[in-house]
Design a protein around this ligand. Structure first.
Ligand SMILES: Cc1cc2nc3c(=O)[nH]c(=O)nc-3n(C[C@H](O)[C@H](O)[C@H](O)COP(=O)(O)OP(=O)(O)OC[C@H]3O[C@@H](n4cnc5c(N)ncnc54)[C@H](O)[C@@H]3O)c2cc1C
Length: 410
């Protein structure tokens, strides 16, 4: 098997590498580099503009929508180089990775012109309004309703676990538009402005003190009829595309963050005199093997994309199940090797980076890196489809097992 990339992909790699070296703050690549909370927020504020000017946000999008039209391999190289440098590549996860690509695939020309520029420039932030109190894994049973009133949809209902709803300008929301139709058939995918009367966002505070997700209540909330993506009552198909992007978004780079973290855990094991403990060593090796498997699984996804064999749904379900469960085990190991030290709050309380995994609790509950990662790992087997649901997908679609029996809800 030849894992080398072609020469033109390597040329592109060099171009990105030098852009990163020129644009990241001085000292970024040095051992022990850190920023104060003030420096970090100044960096975050400037970085999105730099990314936009460099053309790196959503660079795989076609040039007619202000992307760079990167090939699949170029896009992989771009992701790899940003991951290697530890530099954020996104303006807004939900916009860049989920709703943007969904609009590109399903939106009308007018919708693309209206919504994509705001995502590319990092000007519009988004949240995902799928889950409800009684509809998570069983998403098609959702009860939020949208009723047409002239040129508008009027939305009533409740969503839950809505990450970043407190900051979002828009929600991409699933609502029932035909209550008489079979469960999957009567749903539509709507783009709804969040800053309007009738939208109430209530934060859900977690055990580490952070509150990045919310309950969101909709009472007679409105959006234009034209804000429907993929047509009336076609929302289920559109939503499945969004979930596909969510499950596969970091296929070839995701393992890197785990590898970096693994190095930290090995250092903690040594520092705590556990480096010679055969049981600890055994668990460390198992984690390392898992990370290597994640890397190989990433190559599988890439090969599928390059060859156009369209197995992504199956592969992504396998991978999501595997990395999320493995990471949970690894973080349990991390806390085990730290022993009682793991109970001491050693973080700074500031929120670093752009991704939820980097959170640091709050001032009076300042978790450190590994503690934050431990807490977040508990959620990774849940968001984006639970590990059990991924198993169902793998069983039915990849292994051809019989379909799960339907539950009678009458
Ligand atoms: C950190 C985080 C962020 C999130 N952000 C968002 C967001 O921004 N927007 C959004 O819409 N949602 C979000 N979610 C919600 C997430 O999508 C749901 O939690 C997830 O789909 C599971 O639904 P549920 O919580 O209702 O659990 P349930 O569906 O009630 O599941 C409970 C348990 O039963 C198991 N189970 C259920 N059905 C089956 C089955 N058929 N076979 C086997 N086992 C089954 C599940 O695996 C799970 O263990 C987020 C969740 C988390 C943890």
């Amino acid at each position: 098997m030849d894992l080398a990339y072609p020469a033109d992909a390597e040329e592109f790699r060099a171009e990105i590498r030098s852009w990163l070296e020129e644009n990241l703050p001085a000292g970024w690549f040095d051992e022990g580099f850190s920023m104060t909370p003030e420096e970090r927020s100044a960096f975050n504020a400037e970085w999105t503009t730099k990314l936009y000017e460099g053309g790196w946000i959503c660079a795989s999008w076609p040039t007619e929508y202000e992307g760079k039209g990167l090939s699949i391999l170029q896009n992989v190289v771009l992701n790899e180089e940003f991951a290697r440098a530890g530099a954020p590549l996104r303006a807004d996860f939900f916009g860049d990775t989920l709703v943007g690509p969904t609009i590109l695939q399903w939106g009308t020309e007018e919708q693309k012109r209206r919504f994509l520029p705001g995502i590319l420039r990092g000007e519009t932030s988004w949240c995902q309004g799928f889950s409800e109190p009684n509809s998570g894994s069983d998403l098609a049973s959702l009860a939020t309703k949208a009723v047409r009133d002239g040129d508008e949809w009027v939305i009533n209902g409740q969503k839950v676990w809505t990450t970043q709803a407190q900051h979002a300008d828009y929600v991409f929301l699933l609502a029932r538009t035909d209550p008489g139709a079979p469960m999957h058939a009567g749903i539509s995918y709507l783009l709804v402005p969040m800053r309007q009367p009738g939208v109430e966002v209530r934060p859900i505070v977690q055990v580490d003190g952070s509150a990045e997700f919310n309950e969101v209540f909709f009472t007679d909330v409105r959006c234009p009829v034209d804000n429907i993506i993929g047509g009336e009552n076609n929302g289920w198909k559109v939503a499945m595309t969004t979930l596909g992007f969510e499950r596969g978004s970091s296929a070839t780079t995701g393992y890197r963050r785990f590898l970096k973290e693994w190095d930290r855990i090995v250092a903690e094991a040594r520092a705590h005199g556990r480096g010679d403990d055969p049981l600890v060593r055994d668990r460390l090796v198992r984690s390392w093997q898992d990370i290597k498997l994640m890397q190989i699984n990433g190559f599988r996804v890439l090969t599928d994309a390059l060859n156009g064999t369209h197995e992504a749904a199956k592969l992504n379900a396998c991978n999501k199940m595997f990395w999320s469960e493995s990471h949970r085990r690894t973080m349990e190991l991390a806390l085990d090797v730290m022993g009682l030290d793991a109970q001491i709050l050693v973080g700074t309380g500031d929120v670093e980076g752009f991704l939820p995994g980097n959170r640091r609790g709050r001032d009076d509950y300042p978790v450190g890196d590994l503690q934050a990662s431990f807490f977040f790992s508990r959620s990774e087997t849940i968001w984006g489809g639970t590990a059990e649901i991924q198993r169902n997908i793998v069983g039915e679609r990849a292994l051809g097992l019989p379909k799960e029996p339907k539950v009678d809800r009458s």
